[in-house]
Design a protein. Structure first.
Length: 467
């Protein structure tokens, strides 16, 4: 089957006496993937045609015909009547072929002073820029959900962990805001990527530029780019914008995966810190009591998928000489899938955070276990008795061992027990051994005290314009 534009002509076939094999057409076609760039392709063609007319390279009449034909194609795409033809390889040839069917000869002038090489990567940059914007908005939405739940739980005490062992009491609001901070760095990376990719390749043509007197600043401005790319070889071959986007998505997905893991743990019977609603849980085909956190588990898995897509794109690009090679055709499939997957994950996480039901009593009880106030005891010995911290650490260790032997908490030891380890200890020590006192005492900047958490919530609300 020849790749034709009508009247037996092929888009690129003047050099060839025979048509591609069916298998060659199959491996070469990308329409199933890149058809989602139709809007970007038409936007690029509109800007290019306007520039050609402005520079006198094509007539105003031809430009009018091109713009009118593109209007019709937009309408066909909108109502689902556009006649996609897989034998035309990609969305770019499909649009051009349809334009020729609609307006005839002027359509053939649209490709003056450009190549599919600069056309494709311009479309791809436009699409990726839009996808980055959407991802940043979704991240802000998840941050808003976290901040709202943190605001509800500024003084809800829970265990803080290191090595998944009880460490010190923290507040749930503080814990949730940690993820808001991570997500802000994710958003910053995506924003930086969007700023760096915002250069226009259009006009670089195949690789060497063009002899036509084009105005690349005009097309760059029309498409919302900050500037045209300065080197034509770089313009058509660079895919670091997609690599950077997928690297940033991989890190962002890792943060979602960490939060997903916490949800899996917190909703287990062993932790009992929270419960997902029916909308975000599944059941078992054989065990009727089960409430499975499948959405959270799937986010963990899909984070690895995004990392794999980034690695695949890096592998495709790393050994390519300048300028263009067909290996780059897969860049869009990998990038589209990574953004689609991340979008799904962040939406699911937002839904879970908005609706998850926390269990403060269980959290508080868990926070009181595992001698979580031992550091508070050591700090009291330093602050009130003037002991060197290493001495206070040793005394506290002795008291933890004594409490462990008696199967009780530090606060359940008697004053005599305490004084056996350090004679100067007074009844005042028991004031610091509650989990509430422990959390409230952590008042340094960025710490877990309810007062500090409330301050951070207020700042986040202002930053995210939640009020």
């Amino acid at each position: 089957m020849a790749v034709t534009t009508g009247k037996g002509q092929t888009m690129w076939g003047g050099r060839f006496a025979a048509t591609p094999s069916d298998i060659m057409e199959e491996i070469n076609a990308s329409l199933d993937i890149d058809r989602r760039m139709a809007a970007e392709d038409i936007a690029g063609s509109r800007a290019h045609a306007d520039m050609l007319a402005e520079m006198g390279i094509i007539s105003e009449g031809d430009n009018d015909a091109i713009q009118g034909g593109l209007d019709k194609i937009v309408e066909e795409l909108r109502n689902g009547s556009f006649p996609f033809r897989r034998e035309l390889e990609d969305i770019h040839m499909n649009v051009e072929a349809r334009l020729k069917e609609l307006i005839g000869e002027p359509a053939g002038r649209l490709h003056t002073a450009r190549s599919r090489n600069d056309q494709v990567v311009t479309d791809f940059r436009l699409w990726t820029r839009g996808a980055l914007d959407e991802a940043m908005q979704l991240i802000a939405g998840l941050q808003g959900a976290l901040v709202k739940r943190a605001d509800e739980n500024t003084d809800t005490v829970m265990p803080g962990f290191t090595h998944l062992q009880t460490a010190q009491p923290v507040t749930l609001g503080h814990h949730l805001l940690a993820y808001a901070e991570m997500l802000e760095r994710d958003r910053s990376r995506l924003l930086g990527c969007a700023e760096r990719l915002n250069e226009c390749p259009l006009g670089a043509a195949a690789l060497a530029g063009t002899g036509f007197p084009i105005d690349r600043d005009m097309t760059a401005e029309a498409l919302g780019f900050a500037r045209p790319m300065a080197n034509s070889l770089d313009a058509v071959s660079a895919r670091d914008f997609a690599l950077e986007a997928l690297a940033a998505l991989s890190i962002a997905a890792t943060h979602l995966s960490r939060l997903a893991e916490e949800i899996v743990l917190w909703t287990s019977a062993q932790f009992g810190f929270a419960q997902l609603t029916d909308a975000w849980s599944t059941g078992s085909s054989i065990m009727p009591q089960k409430r499975n956190p499948d959405a959270a588990e799937l986010i963990r898995a899909k984070a690895s998928l995004i990392t794999g897509l980034y690695t695949s794109l890096q592998g495709a690009v790393k050994a390519l000489p300048l300028a263009y090679a067909k290996d780059l055709q897969d860049d869009k499939r990998l990038t589209f899938e990574a953004f689609d997957t991340y979008t799904l994950c962040v939406r699911a996480m937002t839904g879970m955070i908005e609706t998850i039901r926390f269990k403060p009593d269980n959290m508080r009880a868990a926070a009181a276990k595992g001698f979580s106030t031992a550091t508070d005891l050591a700090d009291w010995l330093v602050r009130e008795l003037g002991l060197p911290f290493r001495t206070a650490h040793h005394v506290t260790g002795e008291l933890v061992a004594k409490a462990e032997a008696k199967a009780c908490d530090l606060s359940d030891l008697t004053l005599e027990d305490m004084q056996a380890a350090q004679a100067d200890i007074t009844d005042a020590v028991f004031d610091v051994l509650t989990v509430e006192a422990s959390a409230s005492s952590r008042t340094s900047y960025g710490a877990t005290s309810p007062v500090r958490v409330a301050e951070q919530v207020a700042q986040w609300k202002q930053r995210l314009r939640l009020e």
